[in-house]
Design a protein around this ligand. Structure first.
Ligand code: SF4
Ligand code: SF4
Length: 478
């Protein structure tokens, strides 16, 4: 590249600060409702209790790293069951694709944390500094004492929200009431304070300063979404077939009176003024549009005032835009192969997860054969193999299980340590909600006719009930 190329203009445009104007209407109300619901869930869920019996955590949603458990109301996931998270990720991805196929960037416009917290920060800003025009006037003016007070109040409230957001996050990783007390008395672990500090900083920065830039430049979803959408997806659309040619109210009335074509758009720019990303929806679909629907509310208000039908901007499809231009009626197709496939995968994955949750064992056994040595020949000619047996008791009560090993007639089974035995079978005690590892020795008599490798079945049965679990391994003789 030569210096001449640089002289044609800057390589990037500096950010033009966006001052979105407040707006009232259906979509604004939907956004307020969803914001209140999502923030309410996020901030207060850690304090919801769920009785799991004595000794177990009573927090409804908890990621318990020290005990390696994830609790979600009646569901308790052990480390061996992380595949449930794979299922959840599949469902989340398909739900995102489905939203996109039906209503475009529904996630971005209504549910994304970046959108929700930015919206909250905008609300605080308007409360303190006034609406769009006032903010723009103040930003261009000098810093008076009153202005400095407003800035301190705004940033102070933002920081409190950001700190509260970080504080709520760490409550998902420990018993919330206890952690709140420890945080207040300075006795919480350092990682809790560090996490809160990091999240306070990121929330304050992302929602207070970076705002729409996160959506436009940082987030990969708009790019992926653009590749996944089709002409039947409902997107926030300026109905150019109805809006153009745009002109003032007076001019368009004159044109209509003369029988000349006049669009409904009066070029008032209200749709641009309310846009949180500062785009003009009349320029067509664009990456910067998070499809929050606020320009629909703004335009509907304008249309009502000038006595034209609402819906100049609305959720519509590319197909309908073209059909109306050809004078055909609009058609909508929510059920199509891609939506059916997404719903099918969500239902199938959900059903598999539910079935596996409802039928999963609360007693489990894993067996690991010693690698070195594979076997030991004892002085009397008998052969011994050693195994590490891990028992999982997923119930809230202690239990004793009987261990049987099938596949090697005449073999002796012995658990290293002071375990009891009944009728030649070791009895192993496992505490409530615990994993226990024991060393098990299986000894084949010297007269046994042994293959090089013999399949064994390790079976544990709960003495108090009918619960049982099995695992397989081999007995190695040469
Ligand atoms: S709000 Fe409606 S009428 Fe006003 S500029 Fe936007 S599309 Fe045109
Ligand atoms: S153009 Fe409309 S829908 Fe898109 S981000 Fe702006 S206000 Fe929201």
């Amino acid at each position: 590249m030569t210096s001449a190329d640089f002289s044609t203009g800057p390589l990037y445009a500096p950010r033009a600060k966006v001052y979105p104007q407040s707006v009232a209407g259906t979509f604004r109300n939907i956004k307020w409702t969803l914001m209140a619901f999502c923030l309410g869930v996020y901030y207060f869920l850690p304090f919801v209790r769920w009785d799991r019996g004595p000794g177990a955590s009573s927090q409804a949603v908890l990621i318990d790293f020290p005990h390696r458990r994830f609790y979600f109301f009646f569901i308790e996931i052990w480390p061996q069951e992380v595949y449930y998270f794979t299922g959840l990720l599949i469902i989340a991805a398909m739900a995102l694709f489905l939203m996109n196929a039906i209503g475009g960037r529904l996630w971005c416009g209504y549910l994304c944390p970046q959108t929700i917290w930015t919206d909250l920060f905008y609300a605080v800003e308007r409360l303190i500094e006034g609406d769009r025009r006032e903010q723009m006037r103040k930003a261009a003016g000098p810093i008076t004492l009153r202005r400095a007070g407003e800035l301190v109040a705004k940033h102070g409230i933002w920081l409190i929200i950001a700190w509260w957001t970080g504080g709520a996050w760490v409550l998902y990783f420990a018993d919330a009431p206890t952690l709140v007390r420890d945080l207040a008395t300075g006795q919480a672990p350092a990682v809790a304070y560090i996490s809160i500090a990091v999240l306070t900083f990121t929330t304050y920065t992302l929602a207070g300063f970076m705002r729409e830039q996160v959506c436009v430049y940082m987030c990969p979803w708009p790019r992926i979404q653009a590749a996944l959408t089709d002409e039947w997806a409902l997107n926030v659309t300026y109905r150019s077939d109805r809006g153009e040619p745009r002109s003032s109210v007076k001019k368009s009335n004159e044109l209509r009176a003369q029988g000349l074509p006049a669009g409904d758009c009066i070029d008032c720019l209200q749709c641009v003024a309310v846009c949180p990303t500062g785009v003009d929806i009349r320029d067509g679909a664009q990456l910067g549009c998070i499809q929050c629907g606020l320009c629909i509310d703004a335009c509907d208000t304008v249309m009502s005032k000038v006595g034209r039908p609402t819906g100049l901007i609305g959720y519509d499809t590319e197909v309908n835009l073209n059909r109306r231009r050809e004078g055909k009626a609009a058609i909508y197709r929510l059920v199509r192969p891609r939506t059916a496939i997404y719903v099918g995968i969500i239902l199938m994955t959900g059903a598999v997860m539910l079935y596996s949750l409802l039928t999963r064992s609360v007693l489990d056994i894993n067996v690991l054969h010693d690698r070195n040595p594979l076997f030991v020949t004892l002085a009397d000619g008998s052969i011994r193999n050693a195994y590490t047996v891990r028992l999982l008791n997923k119930l809230g009560d202690a239990r004793t299980v009987r261990l049987e090993v099938d596949g090697l007639p005449g073999a002796e089974v012995h658990v290293v340590g002071p375990e009891a035995a009944a009728a030649g079978h070791p009895l192993i005690a496992v505490g409530p909600d615990q994993t226990r590892e024991v060393r098990v020795l299986v000894t084949a008599p010297s007269e046994a006719q042994l293959e090089r490798s013999t399949a064994l079945v390790f079976r544990v049965a709960d003495l108090a009930g009918g619960r049982a679990a099995v695992a397989q391994d081999h007995f190695i003789a040469r």
